[in-house]
Write a protein that binds this ligand. Structure first.
Ligand code: SF4
Length: 59
């Protein structure tokens, strides 16, 4: 499958199946971002909800 880099979504999460590992970019046209906090205050409170675990990592 040919992955196409989305220059608008920089991402370093190489464990994600949607990441273009050779460059730090997402390959999706759009992503969904959310939070696991009731009152988010710092970047760490937010999540990429489009994350999909790569099948060949993170065992
Ligand atoms: S889906 Fe989210 S975590 Fe995965 S590469 Fe795209 S931006 Fe990164």
């Amino acid at each position: 499958m040919d992955k196409k880099k989305n220059c608008n979504i920089h991402c370093t999460v190489k464990q994600c199946a949607n990441n273009l590992e050779t460059e730090d970019f997402c390959t999706l046209d759009m992503i969904r971002v959310g939070t696991h906090e009731s009152n988010p205050t710092v970047p760490e409170c937010t999540d990429c909800n489009s994350f999909v675990k790569r099948s060949d990592c993170c065992h």
